[in-house]
Design a protein around this ligand. Structure first.
Ligand code: F6P
Length: 327
């Protein structure tokens, strides 16, 4: 039986990421281009439960491609994790006559979308939007490139003061248990080491960093640390190094939420625009529970269950390259 999609709902959920607005714009315009109505859902699943819905025209998404954050607002909804909450969300979907949901976000967002698909048979398309880049099945997530560039700029600045004072800096970056931001920004900024959850214990990484003779040829050092219980975080590592080497002048910088802000890079705007259009195309092709992603610069459809469950690893050649280049 043919099931025609007449109206979609679009939402952003979880941590905001630069480029989400470009994705909202692309989803909206691609839908309207295909004679599909668009209902914007505010505050992610929380807004879906509360019925915070507004129909969008193409003008509603004018002049937002360059803006960071998300005009739809975002939230991490605890209520949606309960069956009662999801029943309420489904009631909104029915009341608003929404035939499919396009959900922009990360792992938690996709888990929510899959629940809508499994429990209420709502067609869902996920668009990967998170600075963490930790979603399996896509080479890049929206927001990652911008965050990486922001971190690189911050490290460049910290390097000026680190080298002037001849200090060791531990710089903690985001990533929610994934080392993509730490490893790649460390390479881009010419840091001495990245301590990431994917590789060995933090003690081993710290010992190898010291053992590599980081102070032999250099007067200052930058160590980029992923936020994670696995790494222990920048403060703990700095304390450990200071204990082992009281003679070193050690400082910590935790970059925090500034990593999530700012105008998206060209790469993120283009990625978001392509994925937004692809999400609507996927619905037209009767895809019902997938993530649209990018692999080798081509659009791919990935079952949501796989995007959620599979683990994406950092590239080993990058780990290796960083070690060689930090000599
Ligand atoms: O998932 C994106 C992210 O920025 C993570 O890197 C970080 O761990 C988390 O969100 C922070 O969340 P919050 O904004 O709720 O503090």
């Amino acid at each position: 039986m043919e099931y025609k999609i007449k109206t979609i709902g679009v939402l952003t959920s979880g941590g905001d990421a630069p480029g989400m607005n470009a994705a909202v714009r692309a989803v909206t315009r691609a839908a309207i281009f295909n004679n599909i109505r668009v209902k914007a859902i505010y505050r992610g699943y929380k807004g879906l439960i509360l019925g915070e819905v507004k129909e969008f025209t193409t003008q509603d998404v004018s002049n937002i491609i360059q803006r960071g954050g998300t005009i739809l607002k975002t939230a991490r909804s605890k209520e949606f994790m309960t069956k009662e909450g999801r029943d309420q969300a489904y009631a909104t979907i029915q009341r608003e006559e929404i035939d499919a949901i396009v959900a922009i976000g990360g792992n938690g967002t996709f888990a929510g979308a899959r629940a809508l698909s499994q429990e209420y048979n709502v067609p869902v398309i996920g668009i990967p939007g998170t600075i963490d880049n930790d979603l399996w099945g896509t080479d890049m997530t929206i927001g990652y490139d911008t965050a990486m560039n922001t971190i690189m700029d911050c490290i460049d600045k910290i390097k000026d003061t680190a080298s002037s004072h001849e200090r060791v800096f531990f710089i903690e970056v985001m990533g929610r248990d994934a080392g993509f931001l730490a490893l790649n920004s460390a390479i881009a900024a010419g840091a001495e080491a990245a301590i990431i959850p994917e590789r060995r214990t933090q003690e081993e990484q710290l010992v190898s960093f010291i053992g590599n003779g980081f102070r032999k040829s250099k007067n200052s050092s930058i160590v980029v640390v992923s936020e994670s219980p696995e790494t222990g975080g920048a403060e703990a590592l700095a304390a450990k190094l200071q204990q082992l080497h009281p003679e070193y002048d050690v400082r910590v910088s935790i970059l925090g939420h500034l990593q999530r802000g700012g105008s998206p890079t060209a790469a993120d705007r283009i990625l978001a625009s392509r994925l937004g259009v692809a999400a609507i195309q996927a619905l037209l092709e009767e895809q019902r529970c997938i993530m649209v992603g990018i692999k080798n610069d081509e659009i791919v459809y990935v079952p949501l269950s796989k995007a959620i469950a599979e683990h994406k690893d950092v590239h080993q050649d990058k780990v290796h390259a960083l070690q060689i280049l930090a000599m």
